[in-house]
Design a protein around this ligand. Structure first.
Ligand SMILES: [Fe+2]
Length: 308
């Protein structure tokens, strides 16, 4: 198998000994840049840089373990794909993914149907370099029943909405534990999500200073039973450009981009949860957003004036 090598050039040797490429022409000097590829639990990563570390080393043990939790030991199959254009810079979408406390207030669907509250058991993991993160939560029905933290802080009032077909939310334990939400991102633009039984990979591709392409790949597994496959297809409605949950994430970056354009000479400091970029048991923190900027500044060779 040829691996990106140039195998032929039209009329390289000319016709009847005339024309063609000069004697000094070497095909080996003209093939395209080669991608270095690595596979981790079915995910294929590529880099043009031969000096990048191995994936496990780049992600670190905790992040690799969380990828393994969702994908390890089973065979992913693609259930569907879609692409959406975001009207904002790619870094605003990364901030949205890393922001572990917006989900339960921006996404009405989450709190209305009690899929995710910050009072649930969970936490965030930020990699030592800051660039990778995991936000996760686990179902805990006993404490949910008496939870009034949102009403007490007047964050959300009960809407009274009910689903005509509640079977949308009837899932199964994804990997045999009680974690119902795990959002994982790696620097710079990769996301692996488990929201209930909606497992998907998101790829964040910059398409200009104010445009981003977001590619979704929805996953099931060869080991799924027919009933589990039905659940996944139903819960695919939670995500994507018109998803019951993800819809707001597709437009909120555009709101922020337009908003900050009016205050170009001002700055904001992300202080929720302190000033460090470390793992914590609370998701009421901007630690993973600070982690992203720490990694971004390092990658771009920019010195930070704010301690991280
Ligand atoms: Fe969101």
């Amino acid at each position: 198998m040829k691996r990106g090598e140039l195998t032929g050039v039209a009329f390289k040797d000319g016709i009847n000994g005339k024309g063609g490429m000069p004697e000094s022409f070497r095909m080996a000097e003209h093939w395209p840049r080669k991608l270095r590829l690595a596979v981790l639990h079915g995910l294929v990563f590529g880099s043009f840089d031969n000096d990048v570390p191995d994936l496990e080393e780049y992600f670190g043990e905790e992040i690799t373990g969380r990828i393994e939790r969702v994908l390890g030991g089973r065979t992913p199959v693609v259930l569907g794909r879609f692409t959406q254009m975001l009207p904002n810079n790619w870094k605003l979408y990364v901030e949205n993914v890393k922001d572990s406390y917006h989900a339960s207030i921006l996404h009405l669907f989450f709190t209305t149907f009690e899929l995710n509250k910050l009072s649930m058991r969970g936490g965030i993991i930020v990699s030592p370099g800051g660039g990778h993160h995991v936000s996760y939560s686990a179902i805990d029905r006993s404490s949910e029943a008496q939870d009034s933290s949102y009403a007490d802080q007047k964050i959300r009032s009960d809407s009274g909405y009910r689903l005509a077909d509640p079977s949308l939310l009837e899932g199964f334990s994804e990997v045999g534990d009680d974690t119902t939400l795990q959002i994982l991102s790696t620097f710079p633009g990769f996301v692996l999500q488990q929201i209930q039984n909606s497992v998907a990979v998101r790829q964040i591709l910059p398409r200009g200073a104010g445009r981003t392409e977001l590619n979704w790949t929805l996953l099931g597994f060869e080991e799924d039973t027919p009933e589990q496959r039905r659940v996944r297809l139903k819960q695919a409605n939670l995500v994507g450009s018109a998803g019951y949950i993800s819809m707001e994430d597709g437009c909120v970056g555009g709101f922020v981009q337009r908003g900050v354009a009016g205050a170009a000479d001002q700055a904001a400091v992300l202080r929720m949860g302190g000033e460090t970029a470390e793992s914590s048991e609370s998701r009421v923190t901007e630690a993973s957003v600070r982690g992203f900027w720490k990694a971004y500044l390092a990658a771009m060779g920019i010195r930070s004036e704010v301690s991280a």
